[in-house]
Ligand binder design. Structure first.
Ligand SMILES: [Fe+2]
Ligand SMILES: [Fe+2]
Length: 194
């Protein structure tokens, strides 16, 4: 049983380990070679930071692509802008959601604090997919652009919940290793930058 005192000590040593490891992959690997809770915690914190960075890159890219489609609908190459956003949805957004549904989401759903949250996140993936399909299928570039901007706002809020609620829940859980959860997925197609 973990006492308050030992938990506080573990948090302090974890913070020290994370500070020492930074975001350097080799440094994290060296920390991971030490088989104890501190190493696991440090590696999880660093990975969570990288996942959040990847999410920020996705949000920025969707903002740019959807805004470009809106602009092109009135003055520009709307077909090219529509094709670029469709391609990003197909190659980045959809694989990313599928990977989360195989990795982060099942792990968080196992935790009492995460069960209801994950049900709502999976439902939101349905909304994201439906909005993305409406964008892709729209024949009027102005309509496609409007769906694209709606997709951006939904996705931006969705990623905030993943960064601020789901990742901290997994990192802080003593029963879950974020590194093991992510490395268990054979595809690795949704978070290729990590
Ligand atoms: Fe993700
Ligand atoms: Fe998601």
């Amino acid at each position: 049983m973990t006492t308050t005192a030992t938990r506080r000590d573990a948090d302090a040593s974890c913070a020290d380990a994370v500070a020492a490891a930074g975001c350097d992959a080799d440094a994290v690997a060296a920390v991971c070679a030490v088989d104890d809770d501190t190493a696991r915690c440090a590696a999880d914190v660093v990975l969570a930071r990288r996942l959040a960075d990847h999410h920020a890159q996705m949000v920025t890219r969707l903002d740019w692509l959807s805004a470009a489609l809106v602009d092109a609908a009135t003055d520009g190459d709307a077909a090219a802008a529509h094709s670029a956003l469709r391609g990003w949805v197909r190659d980045e957004l959809v694989p990313h959601a599928q990977e989360e549904e195989r990795t982060l989401y099942p792990a968080a759903a196992e935790l009492a604090e995460g069960a209801l949250l994950i049900r709502s996140m999976i439902a939101e993936h349905g909304l994201i997919r439906a909005t993305a399909s409406a964008m892709s299928d729209a024949s009027d570039p102005a309509v496609a652009g409007a769906y694209g901007r709606a997709l951006f706002h939904i996705f931006d809020d969705h990623q905030w919940k993943e960064n601020e609620l789901i990742l901290p829940l997994l990192v802080e859980s003593a029963s879950v290793s974020l590194v093991e959860v992510m490395s268990a997925d054979e595809c690795g197609c949704g978070h290729r930058d990590h």
